[in-house]
Design a protein around this ligand. Structure first.
Ligand code: GLP
Length: 243
């Protein structure tokens, strides 16, 4: 477990983007697990910048996003697919068939989730997974008390999580109640993991995840058991680490 503490939110994005670029250079057909959320905006902005500046070939890059709201597709501006199109997919050269996303509108949700697990396996597993963290320590949309053995599935969202995402929807009522998410066991299978966190509002969750007891109340605490995980934190998110 490696903890990197840097100044601010933008620098967190720069550092993570640099690490991802190094991995793509080593393996152009890298299988990259991606995340959404405000923390990721500077990350994608800098990743796009570095890809363009260094003329990195992303044509063989394979992506798997962590999650999607149930009932939404890319036409809905609150969907995670929309977020990804806007911040990353539309800005770099990726093959459509290499972009993997959970379909929140799938008729058979169970089948959709099983298919996603199979697609990840078929791609050879995730080489590098990018993660954010929720204020309650969630990763992906694996809320507090999700089983460490969980796989991709349909989950109920906490009120706090829904409230934190109001900005993407305009009102709490419009934030979906449910989402499809890779499970915790799915995430833990990734060969490398980089978790990004910025802002004081994440300090408590970060401290519990990194220094607290490994337990299902704090889903991110399981990362202490991963053999190749880096935490990139800004000063605000790292604030409670030395207490
Ligand atoms: C959502 C996402 C998570 C993300 C979290 C934090 O719930 N499903 O993957 O880590 O929000 O988001 P933010 O960066 O906006 O604080």
């Amino acid at each position: 477990m490696k903890i990197i503490i840097i100044k601010n939110k933008n620098d967190v994005g720069i550092k993570a983007a640099e690490l991802v670029i190094n991995e793509i250079k080593k393996k152009p057909d890298l299988v990259l697990g991606l995340a959404t959320g405000r923390t990721m905006i500077p990350f994608y902005r800098n990743l796009v910048k570095l890809i363009r500046r260094n003329k990195i070939d992303t044509n063989n890059l394979v992506t798997f996003n962590l999650d999607e709201y149930v009932g939404l597709n890319e036409r809905n501006k609150g969907s995670l697919r929309y977020f990804m199109e806007k911040n990353f997919f539309s800005k770099v050269n990726l093959k459509k068939k290499n972009i993997n996303f959970l379909n929140g509108k799938a008729r058979n949700i169970l089948r959709e989730c099983r298919k996603y697990e199979k697609e990840i396996m078929k791609a050879g597993g995730v080489d590098l997974q990018i993660l954010g963290i929720g204020r309650n320590g969630h990763i992906g949309f694996n809320e507090s008390l999700s089983s460490f053995k969980s796989r991709t599935r349909n989950v109920l969202l906490n009120k706090m999580t829904r409230k934190d995402n109001v900005a993407f929807f305009g009102s709490l009522k419009k934030v979906p109640q449910r989402a499809l998410t890779m499970g915790i066991a799915t995430i833990m299978k990734a060969r490398r993991i980089i978790l990004l966190a910025s802002g004081k509002q994440k300090a408590k969750a970060v401290a519990l995840a990194l220094k607290g007891k490994i337990n299902e109340k704090i889903p991110a605490s399981i990362l202490q058991r991963h053999k190749d995980v880096k935490f990139i934190l800004d000063a605000g998110a790292a604030e409670n680490l030395n207490q």
